[in-house]
Design a protein around this ligand. Structure first.
Ligand code: SF4
Ligand code: SF4
Length: 276
């Protein structure tokens, strides 16, 4: 028999899961409290092929009986970002945190999937990363675009999703048969200072290969840099081949750990909707 699942249940589950992982990883963990937003599978997801990739999966391609999309964000701790902000190359900890966070996302996604199954709902998921076409550098399942569509955050000039807890962290997502409703965390049009017409552009200045511009992101230039880091940094040698990281554009930015357009910082309010 099916038993209802609420968004609050999912948020608390994620929080407990990430807290427990901090103890498991032996270093106190790289993470802060996760965020989670949901949306019903309605017409909005038809936009994925236009805004993400022309062969992007529709949520129902993963699970024809799915009713909702769930997207979560696991923010990194400030200390990790501070360490990674030094120099032009990512620090060892950033690479290690990337690997451990991908593992955490996999386990957390499976945990959520188990929770749904125990309540009588099927679900489906894809890997946290490397689910993309290396020629076109486009994901067929973009956690970022799904996060945008369910209102977990808004895109910054750096092409990352800015959530109420910032952009410095990683995303995961799944689809489920459970009806969870529309539970966004952000409804304003923008969360990026520059895109909202204010002064910033710090992420552009931080990119070591000038891959970021006000009107676009040179994904090929960025990808070359990520691969170069993996292939040339001695201290990444024992990390998996897929450790493609940089992170300079999300470390210690005005949007790294918060939405910089919220009133709490005394900036212009952009209709931000608080957590529900
Ligand atoms: S650093 Fe500034 S310009 Fe870049 S994404 Fe963040 S808020 Fe926008
Ligand atoms: S990840 Fe690095 S190379 Fe890519 S856009 Fe950000 S700063 Fe530039």
């Amino acid at each position: 028999m099916r038993e209802g699942v609420t968004v609050q249940t999912l948020r608390e589950f994620c929080q407990r899961f990430v807290e427990a992982e901090a103890g498991r990883s032996g270093n106190g963990g790289w993470w802060k409290a996760p965020l989670l937003a949901t949306g019903p599978i309605d017409g909005r997801f038809g936009a994925l092929r236009r805004i993400a990739a022309d062969d992007h999966f529709h949520p129902k391609d993963l699970l024809p009986t799915a009713r909702s999309v769930v997207v979560f964000f696991i923010p990194f701790r400030e200390g990790l970002a501070r360490e990674n902000s030094e120099g032009d190359r990512p620090c060892r900890s950033w690479g290690f945190a990337y690997v451990q966070t991908n593992e955490l996302i996999g386990r957390l996604s499976s945990g959520l999937s188990d929770l749904f199954r125990e309540r009588g709902f099927a679900s489906a998921l894809t890997p946290a990363t490397h689910n993309f076409d290396e020629e076109r550098l486009m994901a067929r399942w973009s956690h970022k675009h799904l996060g945008y569509l369910v209102g977990l955050g808004r895109f910054g000039v750096h092409s990352m999703l800015i959530t109420p807890s910032g952009c410095c962290g990683r995303l995961g997502s799944l689809v489920t048969e459970a009806e969870l409703g529309d539970r966004p965390l952000v409804e304003a049009d923008e969360a990026c200072l520059l895109r909202a017409g204010e002064e910033c552009g710090q992420c552009m200045g931080a990119c070591p290969v000038d891959a970021l511009g006000e009107n676009g992101f040179d994904r090929r230039r960025c990808w070359q840099r990520l691969k170069e880091n993996r292939n040339t940094l001695d201290y990444f040698r024992d990390l998996p081949e897929s450790t493609h990281v940089c992170g300079k554009c999300v470390a210690l930015m005005p949007c790294s750990f918060r939405n910089p357009l919220t009133t709490s910082l005394g900036r212009r309010s952009r209709k931000l909707v608080p957590s529900r």
